[in-house]
Design a protein around this ligand. Structure first.
Ligand code: JF8
Length: 257
């Protein structure tokens, strides 16, 4: 996979040299290039921002450097990349979108700063390539750089050969609709806290049941939205026993009132 990132802070992407992402780059699984947007400015101050039309606080990223950056990074022949623009007004970034992106041959990330990028950059780009505005979540960052680091980590670990078998795609927590149960390792007693006896019993049936019960209760407590999205038929009588007292399942899940 080829990835280009455009930012006024290219140093933000130093962590992409490390660990498994760094190894994927060294092996050629990931061909990553980070570009300084100011490369495509021509005034002495290398200006990338200007005041917003209509007034209001802050500054907006000027369209001209972005237009030239995209002209330079989008191949004239051959397939256009998919343009990804982190913004608090984007569609939520999810594991499903990470899978979609991992199947793309070429991603181009545009990192905004200030109040964002002049909308015409995205509207013009959308005439030439698919454009996706994404948000990490409902909180406000200074710019798109950290969002791109997150998206790159989620996508890179899905590329063939990036994880060894040891880390075999453990997406339980977001692929199966329930949060994972808690995990433990040695020693069996630590600072007065024991590993639950069932996990040391060797009884794989009881262990699986215990994990599912913990998953159900954890999801009910922390992510009621995830549990509410599951149809009532998902829960068998053991599940319903584990969920006693949590407020699930709800009548909107098809239960009789
Ligand atoms: C930004 C450019 C974001 N979940 C998120 N919160 N804030 C952002 C974000 C992204 C880009 C810019 N300010 C200026 C905030 C995402 N993704």
């Amino acid at each position: 996979m080829r990835v280009d990132i455009v930012s006024i802070f290219p140093e933000y992407f130093a962590p992409l040299e490390l660990s498994l992402i760094g190894r994927a780059r060294a092996r050629g699984t990931l061909q990553l290039d980070v570009h300084d947007l100011r490369t495509w400015t021509h005034d002495v101050h290398r200006t990338v921002d200007d005041t917003p039309y209509g007034g209001g606080p802050g500054m907006v990223m000027r369209p001209e450097p972005w237009g030239q950056a995209l002209d330079a990074l989008v191949p004239a022949d051959g397939p256009a990349p998919r343009l990804l623009v982190p913004t608090p007004t984007g569609a939520p970034f999810t594991q499903a979108l990470a899978h979609e992106l991992a199947a793309e041959p070429h991603l181009l990330f545009a990192c905004g700063r200030y109040e964002g990028i002049d909308q015409r950059v995205l509207d013009h780009a959308a005439e030439r390539m698919p454009v996706t505005e994404v948000s990490l979540g409902d909180y406000v960052l200074f710019g798109g750089e950290v969002a791109v680091l997150v998206i790159m980590e989620a996508v890179t670990r899905l590329l063939p050969g990036v994880l060894g078998n040891a880390g075999s795609l453990d997406e339980e927590s977001h692929a199966h609709g329930l949060l994972e149960a808690p995990v433990y390792t040695k020693p069996p007693l630590w600072r007065g806290h024991e590993v639950p006896a069932v996990l040391r019993s060797g009884d794989h049936g009881r262990i699986a049941r215990w994990r599912r019960d913990e998953s159900l209760r954890r999801t009910a407590g922390r992510r009621p939205d995830m549990l509410a999205a599951m149809p009532a038929e998902t829960f068998d009588k053991h599940d319903l026993a584990a969920l006693q007292g949590t407020g699930f399942p709800q009548s909107s899940q098809g239960m009789a009132e």
